[in-house]
Design a protein around this ligand. Structure first.
Ligand SMILES: Cc1ncc(COP(=O)(O)O)c(C=O)c1O
Length: 392
């Protein structure tokens, strides 16, 4: 019999009842150290007092009004994002996949408004932009698309790192390129800064819009507010979600005036997008992350975690291959099946997340402490030791 929850997830049996900072309390009383953070969602940890206060204060005043009216909490968050990023304008969504939908629509509309017949969107294999029809067409992988055809047409998917294919494909029939500066689901694969710069130049040469998907790698995760800042470039359009709501459903599309100008009244909408509760939390998240010492602290702790992980890789060569990633978005490429390491972590009450390419992701809250980093590394050490022992 089909369960009451449509079984689209392979769930592990643990269920959590409470969270504080980097810790989750399970139904059976076990305290888990959370180095998954809801897959990069709980950027400020669980139950951050300032977020609880922002949410409850708003909840006592007003939950929802239609986008037919001005929403001051939404205006405040949009102004903050415009102040701290390349963007001139913002549309709020409830998720990353909705941000992907709008980014694709925006790119096509941009050229349609100029009477230019440019609809092609170029993406890279290994990407993950969500589960909507546009996002799965952008992925192209069999796992994502099988049985869901006919797919939205107009997507060209290139091999990651294939510069020749990129040069050959980008011409003036292409509307946009979509790329994650650090692929998340694809196995924590950072695009080198020089490649991101080169991509920006190619897009400029052909008048193509550059859309960055910073749903997973954005919102402070790499030690800058957005990952592309390391490469010294700016996109035309950017998808954001996950960390921006700190656990409350919120996403956004950020755009330059030029890229967004064709999205006039009536071209897009959302009942809940930019809801007062979500935006009250989002504004508090951005305020905290843009305090002067927040991002440097992320960088410092990221360095610490990375160094400890490199040591761990050296001491368990049968289990680990190498560490990669940026900031507090790190992946360990494994020599054992990655899900086995994740499961061995569960046995040590440590939560991590598997990704493609046999990688285990470490995505702790950005507020993680030095002591918690040391604790996570020693739990991983024990998990790796147990794997080797069990294999013997
Ligand atoms: C890079 C990236 N883009 C888009 C999405 C889709 O976001 P959502 O699950 O909020 O729809 C995800 C989710 O994992 C993601 O990692």
């Amino acid at each position: 019999m089909i369960p009451s929850i449509l079984p689209t997830y392979n769930r592990t049996p643990m269920a959590f009842t409470e969270g504080t900072g980097s810790w989750l309390l399970a139904e059976d009383g076990t305290r888990y150290l959370d180095f998954g953070a809801g897959i990069a969602v709980n950027a400020l940890g669980h139950a951050h007092p300032a977020l609880v206060e922002a949410l409850t204060a708003q909840a006592g005043k007003l939950w929802h009004v239609s986008n037919l009216y001005r929403i001051p909490a939404q205006e405040r968050l949009a102004d903050l994002l415009v102040e701290h990023t390349f963007a001139d304008t913002v549309f709020f969504t409830n998720s990353g996949t909705e941000a992907c939908e709008l980014a694709v629509k925006m790119a096509r509309k941009h050229f349609a408004a100029k009477d230019e017949d440019r609809t092609r969107i170029v993406t890279f294999e290994g990407n993950f932009h969500g589960r909507s029809s546009a996002a799965i067409a952008a992925s192209g992988s069999e796992k994502m698309t099988k049985g869901f055809g006919p797919l939205l047409p107009g997507f060209t998917i290139l091999r990651w790192g294939d510069h020749d294919a990129l040069e050959a494909t980008l011409d003036d029939t292409v509307a946009a390129v979509i790329v994650e500066p650090v692929q998340g689901e694809g196995g924590i694969r950072p695009m080198p800064d020089a490649c991101l710069k080169g991509l920006r130049e190619l897009c400029d040469r052909h008048g193509i819009l550059l859309i960055l998907d910073e749903v997973q790698c954005g919102m402070g995760r790499t030690g800058r507010l957005f990952a592309h800042e390391w490469a010294g470039i700016a996109p035309d359009v950017m998808m954001v979600a996950k960390g921006i709501g700190g656990g409350f459903p919120l996403g956004a599309v950020l755009a330059t005036e030029k890229a967004g100008a064709a999205m006039v009244a009536g071209t897009h909408g959302s009942t809940y997008g930019g809801n007062p509760l979500a935006c009250a939390v989002g504004a508090k998240v951005v305020e905290i992350m843009t305090e002067s010492d927040f991002l440097p602290e992320v960088g410092r702790k990221a360095g610490m975690l990375r160094q400890s992980l490199e040591g761990l890789v050296d001491s368990h060569p049968q289990v680990f291959d190498h560490v990669r990633g940026a900031g507090l978005m790190l992946g360990i490429k494994c020599r054992v099946p990655a899900p086995d390491l994740v499961a061995a972590g569960y046995a040590e009450a440590l939560l991590t997340v598997p990704a493609a390419d046999n990688v285990v992701r470490l995505l702790p809250p950005l507020t993680v402490s030095e002591a918690e980093i040391a604790e996570a590394v020693s739990r991983l050490d024990r998990a790796a030791t147990a794997l080797v022992r069990d294999a013997a």
